[in-house]
Design a protein around this ligand. Structure first.
Ligand SMILES: C[S@@+](CC[C@H](N)C(=O)[O-])C[C@H]1O[C@@H](n2cnc3c(N)ncnc32)[C@H](O)[C@@H]1O
Ligand code: SF4
Ligand code: SF4
Length: 439
């Protein structure tokens, strides 16, 4: 979070900063046939037609080099298909670590080749997110369309645990991505037990976005949602006992399970609510300002305008993140836009796009607080992420942001008001030379 906030903060002050992260899809190829996957919304033929359009190995290597030169902090390999279905992915992971950047990998966990898990420990790869949609062959193999898939996945999870113990290594950290459907929510507590058994440190729930008719049939109905939420309460007790982190508590909010195809509305509402809360706090500050001398009042006025607006945007992706899909198309996130854009890394350098008019266009639209139609199917995690960014921007001053670790504790309203006040004054000091203020 510190890396991300630091860069967003620079942009807020008018100082361009490099992206914190690049989400890279190297291929749409995959060995599984998950019923939930976006690929079920397209034809096998259309998918195959994307393979020859993949960026070349050489362009991908160069992308890693460009990112390192720009000061990118981390890469995340996601899908698309399965990152490990393309050989060059593993080589890129080694290159990323050799250049001192960090890495995340999302995978179905069934495609590791001999020696690769050991090598990920050697290079201290940061994290592997295994997609675990069931804790038994019956549930997993059915949802993921790969007979024997669960056995291979579990074998690789246990191998990762054993090798990490053998090398006394904390890395790669193991996380579970769990897509919640009406075919697996009853297996949820068993998935927690599996996580404990294999040394998983994070369980990250993904309510299902509907990409196809097949996916639509797997959506939880309101009754199932309530039943699942009761399981979450028990799940929260277990992860506490096991010391596993999870975002499961977020899904006690029914909207985040039921309205996964209306995420644009959720995002806009959240930004508005947070702004209204802040406006209330600012009013309290204005009352206090009557007590202040003129000098201090003038300092407060400096904080209005663009920077204030920046604290309540619906989304911050184009200021810290890039998504690149297999054909080289590039955009600030994995929404419909990235599929439709004609802008590709095949014909452009990374820095030119990030600092040029292409990304500037995304930033302008979001500063005007407008989303795209395709934001309706935004990933729920982006809702959490944007909420956290707004919260942090509101409660912390620019100086603090660079050095402080996030405490994770709730900030009481009194503290929040004083934090805003501190940030107002700090910021104003940077912009207005004190001597320039008339008394
Ligand atoms: C598209 S997959 C690509 C990476 C890799 N093949 C895998 O399955 O882990 C990325 C993540 O999206 C999850 N996913 C699949 N279908 C989904 C859906 N309909 N809604 C939300 N997430 C989904 C997968 O379980 C996985 O964790
Ligand atoms: S393994 Fe990943 S990419 Fe492959 S079908 Fe499943 S969700 Fe889609
Ligand atoms: S889809 Fe992308 S641009 Fe739209 S709200 Fe989500 S992260 Fe932001």
């Amino acid at each position: 979070m510190e890396e991300k906030l630091g860069r967003i903060n620079d942009w807020a002050k008018g100082k361009p900063a490099p992206p914190k992260s690049i989400e890279l899809i190297t291929t749409n190829r995959c060995n599984e046939k998950c019923l939930t996957c976006w690929m079920r919304g397209t034809t096998e033929e259309a998918l195959r037609a994307t393979y020859p359009q993949e960026m070349s190995d050489e362009r991908l290597r160069r992308l890693v080099d460009e990112a390192a030169e720009m000061g990118v902090y981390e890469f995340a390999f996601v899908g698309g298909g399965d990152p490990m279905a393309r050989r060059v992915t593993f080589e890129l992971m080694q290159r990323i670590r050799a250049k001192g950047m960090h890495g995340d990998l999302v995978t179905n966990g069934t495609l590791f080749r001999p020696g690769q898990i050991e090598e990920l420990i050697r290079i201290q790869w940061d994290r592997i997110k295994f997609s675990v949609d069931g804790a038994s062959p019956e549930v997993y193999d059915h949802l993921r369309g790969l007979p024997g898939g669960f056995r291979i996945l579990k074998g690789n999870l246990l191998k990762t645990k054993d090798l990490k113990l053998q090398y006394n290594s904390r890395f790669p950290r193991v996380a579970f991505n769990v897509v919640i459907t009406n075919s697996n929510y009853r297996d949820f507590l068993n998935i927690i037990e599996l996580a404990h058994e294999v040394g998983c440190e994070e369980i990250l729930l993904l309510p299902m976005t509907i990409f196809s008719d097949t996916g639509a049939k797997l959506k939880l109905n309101p009754e199932e949602t309530r039943e699942f939420q009761r399981l979450i309460l028990e799940g929260m007790r277990r992860i506490k006992k096991y010391g596993i982190y999870s975002n499961m508590h977020e899904f006690l909010d029914t909207r985040l399970i039921q309205d996964t195809n209306e995420m644009d509305q959720v995002m806009l509402e959240e930004a508005k609510t947070q702004e209204e809360r802040a406006t209330g706090e600012n009013r309290a500050l204005t009352g206090a300002a009557d007590e202040m001398n003129r000098n201090q009042r003038q300092l407060m006025q400096v904080f209005s305008g663009r920077e204030e607006n920046f604290r309540h945007l619906p989304c911050y992706m184009p200021w810290h993140h890039i998504t690149v899909i297999a054909n080289g198309n590039i955009a600030p996130c994995f929404n419909g836009y990235v599929w439709e854009t004609k802008v590709s890394l095949k014909d452009n350098a990374l820095a030119e796009l990030w600092y040029g008019p292409y990304f500037e266009g995304f930033r302008k639209q979001l500063e005007a607080r407008k989303l795209w139609d395709t934001c309706a199917t935004c990933c729920v995690w982006r809702v959490f992420e944007n909420r956290e960014i707004r919260d942090e921007m509101r409660t912390r001053g620019p100086q603090e942001r660079k050095t402080e670790e996030r405490s994770g504790k709730d900030v009481d309203p009194q503290h929040r008001v004083s934090a805003i006040m501190r940030s107002l004054v700090d910021r104003a000091k940077e912009v207005v030379p004190l001597a320039g203020i008339r008394r």
